[in-house]
Design a protein around this ligand. Structure first.
Ligand code: C2E
Ligand code: MG
Ligand code: MG
Ligand code: MG
Length: 288
């Protein structure tokens, strides 16, 4: 900022800002250790296909078990990882762990589960990201079409850099989803030129579906746009039966949310897979 752009009161000492900054510095130092000390782990949230009513995919979500502070949300530490450059080693660890565990899950249940992994922009700026992905797939023996990478709308601002990378990823068989769709500022026109396979409707829009007859214009618009562009749609954040009913009636492809299952540790996922399958089938039966 130019000094002249800063409002006067910002120049006064604000103790909460200092606390905020100190906390960030401490967390950044701790985050360096977290990778080495195995404090990071993944949880998996089931995604259910509404046509087959089967759990066919999972989203991998990172967690940090801090030795003193307990579990820290990715909403708090991912931005720190992004600013410090730690996102590259952490992101690669997430990718490898998600691919490895999904391969184990496929073997355990003899089903071609797919896993969705969240990416940060910094990862797409690392040297040879496509090669990193290829090596991980080779090392873990996960088929490329079992991996989906999630980018966010804000990343599409760097379309000159990321478009060719996404095309290469699609060439090796990996699919791309656009996460938190509808929350960004970008125009819709980039969508048809962007190499994506899937739109994820942000849960703030799903959350607006409240009554049984409820009409949610943004969800409708995203569903019809996806149909025209031949993209799959995942709705996230389904918490109540009315939302499930609405998405069923309006031909959404996949659903994800606490109503079906919270994100689970890898061990609980293996333990509860059959139970989640049965419970979800009953739920859809009842709601339809
Ligand atoms: P996201 O990718 O949009 O993930 C969905 C978030 O919604 C997850 O929060 C999930 O736990 C939560 N969620 C799912 N269903 C429901 C529901 O029914 N109700 C409510 N209230 N919430 C629900 P989480 O795990 O805290 O992750 C937050 C964000 O952190 C993610 O949002 C993603 O942007 C980021 N993140 C998580 N893991 C990673 C990672 O490995 N790498 C990167 N770069 N970002 C990650
Ligand atoms: Mg996501
Ligand atoms: Mg999302
Ligand atoms: Mg979200």
């Amino acid at each position: 900022y130019e000094a002249a752009d800063v409002p006067d009161q910002m120049l006064f000492y604000d103790p909460t800002m200092a606390v905020g900054r100190t906390n960030r510095v401490i967390l950044e130092n701790d985050l360096h250790q977290a990778l080495i000390n195995n404090e990071l782990y993944l949880v998996y949230q089931p995604q259910i296909c509404l046509k087959t009513r089967e759990m066919i995919s999972l989203e991998a979500l990172i967690r940090w078990k801090h030795p003193e502070r307990g579990i820290i949300s990715p909403l708090e530490f991912i931005p720190i990882a992004e600013d410090s450059g730690l996102i590259v080693p952490i992101g690669n660890w997430v990718l490898e762990t998600a691919c490895y565990q999904t391969k184990l899950l496929q073997n355990e249940f003899n089903r071609p589960f797919k896993v969705a992994v969240n990416l940060s922009l910094g990862q797409l700026f690392q040297e040879n990201f496509v090669h990193v992905v290829q090596s991980i797939l080779f090392k873990t023996q996960l088929p490329a079409n079992s991996l989906e990478l999630e980018i966010t709308e804000s990343m599409t601002m760097d379309s000159n850099h990321i478009t060719p990378i996404l095309h290469q990823l699609k060439c090796i068989g990996v699919s791309i989803a656009l996460d938190d769709f509808g929350t960004g500022y970008s125009s819709l026109s980039y969508l048809k030129d962007f190499p994506i396979d899937c739109l994820k409707i942000d849960r703030t829009f799903v959350n607006n579906i409240r009554s049984h007859k409820g009409h949610e214009p943004i969800v409708d618009m995203i569903l019809s746009m996806a149909k025209h562009l031949e993209l799959k749609v995942v709705a996230e954040g389904i918490e109540i039966e009315q939302q499930l009913n609405y998405l069923l009636r309006n031909d959404c492809d996949f659903i994800q949310g606490y109503l079906m299952s919270k994100p689970l540790s890898f061990e609980s996922l293996i333990q509860k897979y059959n139970e989640i399958q049965d419970r979800t089938k009953d739920l859809i039966e009842r709601v339809v």
